[in-house]
Ligand binder design. Structure first.
Ligand code: NAD
Length: 326
């Protein structure tokens, strides 16, 4: 059995990834190291509790001693770093917390990987850094796209700390030869996303007939990918990606926040009067859009979900999983 260390696996994308990966890769054990912040929820992984191929370690990726202990004990051949303070609004209120986990936590993992993988017999090992399109900053027109070569121009403490982590990953790859790959995905949606995030907020508020807050004029555009399409992109990068490379993982499906909220209201038969315009988020990026040609051509990856089908399925999931929501 090979071992993968997944960090932040009790969160939204990490928990979807672990379940998806273990179902399809029977010769792997996953060790999930998670601090269980407000965003971590072990109920996301309940079905794996008694699996011999799943181990949980409660802990902080900034804890050098614990990270080294886990690496020595389990000897993973792959490390996938999902752990992050991932909420932009929270990072605006608590920039140190975002920087600690996103930068120092990533550095701690990289340093651990550098030592544990400096021994012979580690060829083929991989460190995958799960990053975001937000590191590229904002596009102020409707036609441009970010490629992997675009400059990093982050605008929030969240995106700045993720950009900092990406640069450390690059430096560890160049300086020490750590076999690291960065994936940058657009906004994810799907089951098990924390209800503070935009789509779950729209769905849960609509279901409870509460106003749905929309920042600014609502015309900020995002590219949306189903979480399982993101997971398949990560798996393709893990098995077929080249160390030192960056892969954008986007769906090409863009929509403004206000249009998206209207779709959700329509699907749930709720009136548009539920939309409540609120003052804009400071430093709010106008548009994110990526060119993901490299992942499609070099990794032979593509999305399986259309946004409209995936969104309907996600709305149904939140409707049917009231106890999880609450
Ligand atoms: N959600 C998106 O739309 C999106 C898009 C692109 C990239 N990403 C990136 O994907 C990754 C996962 O995002 P998500 O939406 O699942 O986030 P999430 O907030 O749902 O989950 C984060 C997880 O990390 C854990 N965690 C936080 N700090 C930790 C620490 N110091 N040590 C160990 N564990 C810690 C939390 O307990 C939680 O389980 C993040 O790195 C994020 O930047 C997310």
């Amino acid at each position: 059995m090979k071992v993968i260390l997944v960090t932040g696996g009790a969160g939204f994308i990490g928990s979807n990834f672990i379940k998806y990966f273990l179902k399809r890769n029977k010769n792997y054990i996953v060790v999930n190291m998670d601090k269980l912040t407000y965003a971590g929820n072990l109920n996301n992984l309940k079905e794996l509790e008694s699996s011999p191929r799943y181990h949980f370690v409660k802990g902080d990726i900034c804890n050098n001693e614990l990270v080294n202990y886990v690496l020595k004990k389990y000897r993973p051949c792959y490390i996938i770093n999902f752990a992050a303070e991932s909420h932009v609004d929270r990072s605006i209120d608590h920039p140190f917390t975002a920087a600690d986990t996103n930068i120092i936590g990533t550095l701690t993992l990289l340093e651990g990987a550098r030592f544990i993988w400096s021994k012979p017999g580690t060829a083929g090992n991989r460190f995958i850094q799960i990053s975001t399109d937000e590191v590229y900053g904002s596009i102020n027109n409707d036609t441009d796209y970010f490629t992997e070569e675009s400059s990093l121009m982050p605008n929030s403490p969240y995106s700045a700390s993720k950009a900092g982590a990406d640069l450390l990953v690059r430096a560890f790859s160049k300086t020490y030869g750590v076999p690291a790959i960065i994936t940058r995905s657009c906004n994810n949606y799907g089951p098990y996303q924390n209800i503070e995030k935009f789509i779950p907020t729209c769905i849960t508020h609509a279901l409870q007939d509460k106003p749905i807050p929309i920042y600014g004029d609502g015309e900020n555009k995002r590219e949306w990918i189903h979480v399982l399409d993101h997971c398949t992109g990560i798996i393709r990068a893990l098995f077929y990606g080249k160390p030192g490379e960056i892969y954008n993982i986007g769906s090409g499906e863009e929509i403004s926040n206000i249009e998206l909220a209207k779709h959700i209201l329509k699907y749930l038969n709720k009136p548009e009067s539920a939309l409540k315009m609120v003052s804009d988020r400071p430093g709010h990026d106008r548009r994110y859009a990526m060119n993901s040609y490299k992942a499609r051509s070099n990794l032979n990856w593509s999305c399986k979900y259309s946004f409209s089908d995936g969104l309907k399925e996600t709305i149904q999931w939140y409707k049917s999983n009231r106890s999880w929501r609450e």
